[in-house]
Design a binder for this molecule. Structure first.
Ligand SMILES: Cc1cc2nc3c(=O)[nH]c(=O)nc-3n(C[C@H](O)[C@H](O)[C@H](O)COP(=O)(O)O)c2cc1C
Length: 212
């Protein structure tokens, strides 16, 4: 089959203005809960994070959402990574959730800031031990000579920490996105999709429908 011929009609459901919660955080919570309850969605908390570097060059990668509330959307990563360097320079990002079995997409844009160290440490402590060791072993986004170098670095951390507690590496922590805009997209047949945008005006969220 030719790539150009790959398409499907989106039949999953409809999104009406009267279905929407007044605030986008509640609307997001409803859709995430729905995604979590539906079988067959791998990594429902996965989101694509877009950042921009000092030259205006955008880049994207997937990260896992670890907390969300009206205070923001939090994820964790290496603080020396490509994405972290970008965010430290240009603290504006975009997040994209895709729940394709439900023909749904949510796009959030906003500003980003580092989480408090206590939050980093509490979440790091809750991670599986192997992930903690991996965080110490990997200099994320740096060039690696070969796979063995990574495996050796991991083994060195296994020996280093033994059975002891593994602290949060100084170069590892979280970022919290404060949204200024949300878009909820529900695929519909004939490409006549439902799109609703929440934008912040003062303390109020204003909802508008966009043409698909
Ligand atoms: C499903 C999935 C979940 C991921 N979750 C994370 C995450 O929570 N944190 C993270 O640093 N990288 C995560 N990654 C790896 C990133 O996509 C990326 O490769 C890495 O963070 C380095 O990105 P950078 O070099 O652009 O900074 C995940 C990848 C996938 C596919």
């Amino acid at each position: 089959m030719k790539t150009a011929d790959i398409r499907r009609d989106y039949q999953y459901g409809e999104l009406h203005r009267h279905d929407l919660a007044d605030d986008p955080f509640s609307q997001f919570e409803q859709w995430l809960t729905h995604a979590l309850s539906e079988p067959g969605i791998p990594d429902p908390t996965a989101m694509v994070l877009a950042t921009v570097d000092a030259h205006g060059q955008p880049s994207q990668r997937t990260v896992l959402l670890k907390d969300h509330s009206a205070a923001g959307f939090t994820f964790f990563t290496n603080l020396d990574s490509h994405k972290s360097v970008d965010m430290a320079t240009q603290p504006r990002v975009s997040l994209l959730f895709q729940w394709l079995t439900q023909s749904r997409q949510v796009i959030i844009s906003g500003t980003v800031e580092r989480t408090e160290r206590a939050i980093d440490e509490a979440y790091f402590a809750s991670r599986p031990r192997a992930s903690q060791l991996g965080a110490w072993a990997s200099h994320q986004s740096q060039t690696l000579h070969d796979r063995e170098a990574l495996d050796h670095a991991f083994e060195a951390q296994v020996v280093r920490f033994g059975d002891g507690e593994i602290p949060c590496p100084p170069e590892w922590g979280g970022w919290r996105v404060t949204p200024v805009r949300f878009e909820f997209w529900q695929g519909r047949p004939s490409r006549l999709h439902d799109r609703f945008v929440y934008t912040k005006h003062g303390n109020k969220w204003v909802i508008s429908r966009l043409s698909p």
